[in-house]
Each structure stands twice: as structure tokens, then as C-alpha cells.
Design a binder for this molecule. Structure first.
Ligand SMILES: Cc1ncc(COP(=O)(O)O)c(C=O)c1O
Length: 362
């Protein structure tokens, strides 16, 4: 088989290991594992989701036009359903955007550290990835993006708000400025419900070059059911409807509608997650060798000083790369907005590890 040469060099995305596989590898009971590495929602979905799933008839194909979910989303977001398209997670929509818009030899622009799938899908299409790193405080280098855009004419600029792994929120003014570029801006708001900053989704109907992607995986606790969605300008939405596979959104759509019906309960969980995120940040800041960055998401980015923890620079850089971070300075991202009992266990584990390393001053 003649495999396209660019694919043979493509670094694979390494997804988080499942609890079952980790438990088997360590010879431990799955219940003893505290899984914090995929930024999931520790509270899970509201009870109505289980009822909606129990009522499904899996022998039927799902609604290819996603009518029920798009109507419910239109009510939730206050934008017309005609701008909305749902997918098998927002990941599928990222992939569909790359498949539909990019041609080999073209380029995209990303601002690392950021979600690695933007670059991955572009590289699958044999496109160049132009990087304009964020500043030390994780703010965007807007001038740098403008000059890189002039030099490389990227077809798409991918931004995440709040950022993964930074937890940093983008000022609306930065996004507005970037929208003046003759480039499609894809704003990934996978974690927006955890933040206090407004979504840009209401801007889509009036902007020809803005896409906003969202997901039920994080705030609604539906990561396993794979429901994401996006708001797209008409010219692009039409293209994507044409290109998508007919049943890309499964009957899991019913679970997402049920979750939206119980959004007050989900919002109460969001408030708890935010409070616990801050409590955990305070606890972790007391440890020597850790820098805990402010976060507007359901995780914290923690810089681990390699010398304090006896890690070689090469090893910590490799760990960063394994988690898809394009910057070697970021040693570890910990999803830790978990219930208090989980947090106490996490802190106990840190303390034990520090004692093990002989660093027990904290
Ligand atoms: C920034 C960002 N975007 C998109 C996704 C993908 O989410 P989904 O589960 O909807 O595919 C993730 C998942 O971790 C993410 O962190």
C-alpha cells in the first residue's frame, strides 16, 4: 500500500489511559484509582440523563438533522438553530473543519501551549503548523499573530478559551482584533461554562469568519457519550452539513437534551467545581517546587520545578510532550477540580511522594 509519506512521520496523539487499563497495569482495584488527567466532570451528568438513555430505541438510526438537540441548544444559547451543527464530540468537528477546508501545503496557526488536536488534524492533511507562542503569563501575542498571519496566510487560526492546558481566559478585545484578519478564527470554548467570562457564540451570526466550538463532555459530564457542537457562519455550515457523515451524532443527543433540561443542577455543580478549584490551588501553592497558575477551567496548570523533584530536564520535557504540550517548560497539568474527598486523597498522595523524594517541607 502506498501510504502518504507525511503520515509516516505524524506523531500520534496519546490519549489518557482508561481507569480499567491503568488498574490492570498496576494490579490495583479500579475503585482505588483517582482519575484526573482528562479534565472530566467528577459529578457526572444529572439524573435525567440516565432516564433519557433508558428510553432509547437503539435499533433506530438517530435523527441525521439533529433537530431536537439543535432546538434545545438554540434556546440555551439564544442563537438560531440554523447556525448550529453537533458532532461526535467537538473533536469530530475539529477534524471535519480540517477535512473540509484544508488542502495540502496550506497552513494553520496555533498559540502554544494549547490543545494538540488542532495541529494534529492539520498535519493529517499535510498542512504546515505555524506557532505563535503565548507570552509568559499565557496571554496571546496578538501583534505576533498579526505578523505571522501576514507572512504565512494561515487558513485557520485555532484559539482555546479558556485555554487547555493554561486555564487562561482570552480578553474579548483580543478576539475582536483577530477577527479583523482575513482568516477563519476557530474559538474552542470546551471549558467556557467553568469560567466567568462570556462566550463569543452570539457573535457567530454576524461574523463571516468566526466559528465557536463547545462540548457536553466537560460541564455536563457526558464525555463518554461524545456530544459536541459548534456555531458556524452559513457558508461554512452548509459545507460541513454536506461533508459530515449522515449519523455523526448518535442517539446520545437525547442525553444532551436531558442535561440541558437540568441545567440548574449542572450550574450548581459548576459553582462547586470553581470553589474546589480555588481551594485546591491554595493547598497546592503551599508545596515547595510547585507553581500553580490561575485557572478559569476545571483543571489547574502546575509547573513542577524539575530540580526540586529530581527530574532531569529531558525527562520533564518528554512528559510535557507526551501530554501534547508544545512547551517543555510546563511539566504537568493536573485536572483537580474534584470533590473534596478526592482532593484530600490527592494532597495525601503529593505529601507521600514528597516524603519519598526526601522533600517533606511544606
Ligand atoms: C480544548 C479542548 N477542546 C476540545 C476537546 C475535545 O472535547 P470533546 O470531548 O467534545 O471531543 C478537549 C478535550 O479535552 C479540549 O480540552
Amino acid at each position: 500500500m502506498n501510504i502518504p509519506p507525511h503520515l509516516t512521520h505524524l506523531p500520534a496523539y496519546i490519549p489518557g489511559e482508561s481507569v480499567e487499563s491503568l488498574a490492570a497495569r498496576l494490579g490495583r482495584a479500579p475503585e482505588s484509582i483517582l482519575k484526573l488527567d482528562a479534565n472530566e466532570n467528577p459529578y457526572g451528568p444529572p439524573p435525567a440523563v440516565a432516564r433519557a438513555l433508558a428510553a432509547l430505541d437503539p435499533s433506530r438510526y438517530p435523527d441525521a438533522e439533529q433537530r431536537h438537540l439543535r432546538t434545545a441548544l438554540s434556546d440555551y444559547l439564544s442563537i438560531p438553530a440554523e447556525f448550529l451543527l453537533a458532532g461526535n464530540g467537538s473533536d469530530e468537528l475539529l477534524s471535519l473543519l480540517a477535512q473540509t477546508l484544508l488542502q495540502p501545503g496550506e497552513s494553520i496557526l496555533v498559540c502554544p501551549p494549547t490543545f494538540s488536536m488542532y495541529a494534529f488534524y492539520a498535519q493529517l492533511k499535510n498542512c504546515q503548523v505555524v506557532s505563535v507562542p503565548r507570552r509568559a503569563d499565557f496571554s496571546l501575542d496578538v501583534d505576533g499573530i498579526f505578523s505571522a498571519a501576514q507572512g504565512h496566510s494561515p487558513k485557520i487560526i485555532f484559539l482555546d478559551n479558556p485555554g487547555n492546558p493554561t486555564g487562561f481566559t482570552l480578553p474579548a478585545a483580543d478576539v475582536e482584533k483577530l477577527l479583523t484578519l482575513p482568516t477563519l478564527i476557530v474559538l474552542d470554548e470546551a471549558y467556557i461554562e467553568f469560567s466567568e467570562s462570556p462566550s463569543a457564540i452570539s457573535r457567530v451570526p454576524e461574523c463571516e469568519n468566526l466559528v465557536v466550538l463547545r462540548t457536553f463532555s466537560k460541564w455536563a459530564g457526558l464525555a463518554g457519550l461524545r456530544v459536541g457542537y459548534g456555531a458556524f457562519p452559513h457558508w461554512l455550515g452548509n459545507l460541513l452539513w454536506q461533508a459530515k457523515s449522515p449519523y455523526n451524532l448518535t442517539q446520545a443527543a437525547a442525553a444532551a437534551v436531558a442535561a440541558l433540561d437540568e441545567r440548574d443542577l449542572l450550574r450548581a455543580n459548576l459553582a462547586k467545581i470553581r470553589a474546589e478549584r480555588e481551594r485546591l490551588a491554595r493547598a497546592l501553592r503551599r508545596f515547595q517546587g510547585l507553581t500553580v497558575y490561575p485557572s478559569a477551567a476545571n483543571f489547574l496548570l502546575v509547573r513542577v520545578d524539575p530540580s526540586t523533584f529530581g527530574l532531569s530536564a529531558a525527562k520533564s520535557a518528554r512528559r510535557s510532550r507526551n501530554r501534547g504540550f508544545s512547551s517543555a517548560c510546563l511539566s504537568r497539568s493536573t485536572a483537580c477540580a474534584s470533590p473534596l474527598a478526592h482532593q484530600s486523597r490527592l494532597i495525601r498522595c503529593w505529601k507521600r511522594w514528597l516524603v519519598h523524594l526526601g522533600i517533606n517541607k511544606c
